[in-house]
Design a protein around this ligand. Structure first.
Ligand SMILES: [Zn+2]
Length: 349
């Protein structure tokens, strides 16, 4: 029997305009003097410069400043082995790949990790996993969640809109993921952690009631994605934020050349799965309409055949992971929905 929880959560969270340029101050206050910075390759020049100036201004020395080029575990191990001994914190700046690697290097080194996402394309910036490749295969490896989270709402607002829409797609997956989790409980007895399932609810609804990308909307989206990550830490699995809609996206990653952004795939799969589950479709549709999610995908739709292939493959990806895909043969329904649903028929053609 468990007696209470001791859940690691970020010690420092700043979500506001101008936060990136204050990173040096945050590190200084927390007592860190020597850091290693790992950043995305393709960042626009002013962003690393903002960080560099802020570190200089507060006497923080970047012992290492690397652009992350690979997500294989061997490269991360090399970065870890080459860390100077006096580095006392890892700082990750940029998008998915760099943040995954920085988080993993910090986990290997057992050092506090500061995540500085420059876009909100998915919930990985605060999740207890790093998406890496091991022997060429994509894997989710356990990782420690950030010690510090610095989200500059102004910087995230300037990111390409499709990245933010991808974050919206990843966020609404919570609806279908929790529904799948409850289904697994009824059919296989897998326990649902009620509190973890509830944790991000409030913050998701806060964004749904203000689904725009102004400063307030971006702040709400960032907070909701962060709470998804904490919910995963709390129950020790990805169940609160990842169900059959993520399996479909993983299958698309293997089938599409090239795949689309994680949250764009997940978002469409979430709406499809919500139709199969018979719940939450209207709410998801509304936020997709209001944010322009459907419009973006209508301009660049998915191919129908590959999508059907992905649904078929998705059910076989994680055998012991019970979802609506394991509960019944959904293919005939999926074919009919892709053909007839007014939203799906425009984004899968
Ligand atoms: Zn996701």
């Amino acid at each position: 029997m468990r007696h209470g929880n001791q859940i690691p959560v970020p010690v420092m969270v700043r979500v506001k305009q101008g936060a990136l340029a204050r990173t040096g101050l945050y590190l200084q206050r927390a007592g860190f003097r020597n850091v290693a910075v790992l950043q995305s390759e393709s960042l626009i020049a002013p962003l690393p410069q903002l960080l560099r100036n802020s570190l200089n201004e507060h006497g923080i020395k970047a012992e290492v400043w690397n652009e992350v080029k690979a997500i294989d575990v061997e490269s991360a191990l090399e970065l870890y082995c080459n860390l100077p001994g006096d580095v006392s914190a890892i700082v990750g700046l940029g998008g998915g790949k760099a943040l995954d690697v920085a988080k993993y290097v910090a986990t290997l080194a057992r050092l506090p990790y500061f995540a500085l996402p420059t876009s909100l394309s998915q919930d990985g910036f605060c999740s207890p996993q790093s998406s890496m490749t091991v022997g060429g295969q994509r894997r989710s490896l356990p990782a420690a969640i950030p010690y510090g989270l610095v989200i500059d709402s102004q910087v995230c607002r300037q990111a390409p809109k499709q990245l933010t829409l991808s974050g919206v797609g990843d966020l609404v997956a919570k609806f279908t993921a929790v529904r799948d989790w409850k289904l697994a409980f009824h059919q296989t007895g897998e326990p649902v952690d009620d509190f973890a399932a509830l944790l991000s609810d409030g913050s998701v609804h806060a964004f749904l009631s203000h689904p725009s990308f102004d400063d307030e909307g971006v702040r709400l989206l960032a907070t909701a994605l962060m709470m998804n990550g904490i919910a995963m830490v709390m129950c020790g699995s990805s169940r609160p934020a990842s169900g059959s809609e993520h399996l479909i996206s993983h299958a698309l990653d293997r089938i599409l050349q090239p795949p689309k952004l994680h949250g764009l795939q997940v978002g469409v799969a979430t709406y499809l799965v919500s139709r199969l589950q018979g719940e939450h479709s209207e709410r998801i549709d509304r936020v997709f309409q209001e944010t322009g999610f459907w419009d973006l995908l209508t301009q660049d739709p998915f191919p129908r055949e590959q999508w059907l292939q992905a649904v078929r493959l998705a059910g076989t990806l994680k055998k012991s992971f019970h979802t609506i895909l394991s509960a019944r043969d959904v293919l005939p329904e999926v074919e009919s929905l892709i053909g007839n649903d007014p939203r799906l028929s425009r984004v899968i053609v």
